[in-house]
Design a protein around this ligand. Structure first.
Ligand SMILES: Nc1ncnc2c1ncn2[C@@H]1O[C@H](COP(=O)(O)OP(=O)(O)OP(=O)(O)O)[C@@H](O)[C@H]1O
Ligand SMILES: [Mg+2]
Length: 202
């Protein structure tokens, strides 16, 4: 039963994207939906190399180069994974997409929201998720969950700005975004996630 549907999880580091995406994949598969799960940076062979640079390396990247490397990863993921999956009729579950670039580098990183939006429109050829679930949480809570803070996450107040950028984006496009309180236990968060997704698939 093909049902091409592209949904993404967004939210700051450690908000629970991977946890919820895994659960959702399992729940939809149990309900016989064909599912493709992808994440970025790193869903493809190119992505894995870029992830090393973006997340772990000591290379001093300018913010704009960072935007471009994420963009290269995203385009590769679209061509290699997302588009073929949607063409097969799969439900695609993505962890992060163009909205992350807008929030992190565009707004919080001062590259410019509109500039990054325009670039992302080109990079994605206008592919926009059908649904974006924003796992909203105070960075002080989400960072406490993680022990291995990476290059980008080490900037604490930065994540406050990212959080508010996401909330602003969600408020501007309520037909695409759903804000979910991610500070609760994973089971409670998942109940909301599944309800919002099934509502749109039925
Ligand atoms: N609702 C929750 N309550 C408490 N801990 C959680 C919850 N959800 C996830 N965790 C734990 O918090 C940590 C971060 O979760 P997870 O990896 O799912 O977040 P993420 O958004 O994918 O992070 P990243 O941005 O680094 O990819 C993990 O150790 C996970 O087990
Ligand atoms: Mg993750």
């Amino acid at each position: 039963m093909g049902r091409d549907f592209f949904l993404t999880f967004e939210g700051i580091d450690g908000c629970g994207k991977s946890t919820q995406a895994e659960r959702l994949k399992r729940a939809l598969t149990e309900r016989q939906f064909p599912v493709t799960h992808t994440f970025e940076p790193g869903g493809t062979a190119l992505g894995r190399k870029l992830r090393t640079i973006l997340v772990h390396d000591e290379i001093n990247l300018s913010l704009f180069s960072e935007v471009l490397l994420f963009a290269a990863d995203r385009r590769q993921d679209i061509d290699e994974v997302i588009k073929p999956a949607l063409e097969r009729g799969d439900i695609v579950i993505g962890e992060r997409f163009a909205d992350s670039s807008v929030a992190y580098q565009g707004v919080a990183g001062n590259v410019g929201e509109e500039r990054v939006e325009r670039l992302m429109d080109i990079v994605t050829s206008g592919l926009v998720p059908d649904l974006t679930l924003l796992l909203d949480i105070d960075p002080r809570i989400s960072l406490a969950r993680k022990t291995d803070l990476d290059r980008i996450e080490q900037r604490g107040p930065f994540l406050d700005a990212v959080r508010h950028a996401f909330l602003d984006m969600a408020a501007r496009q309520p037909e695409r975004w759903v804000v979910i309180d991610a500070a609760r236990p994973a089971d409670d968060v998942f109940r909301d996630v599944l309800r919002e997704v099934l509502k749109r698939l039925e």
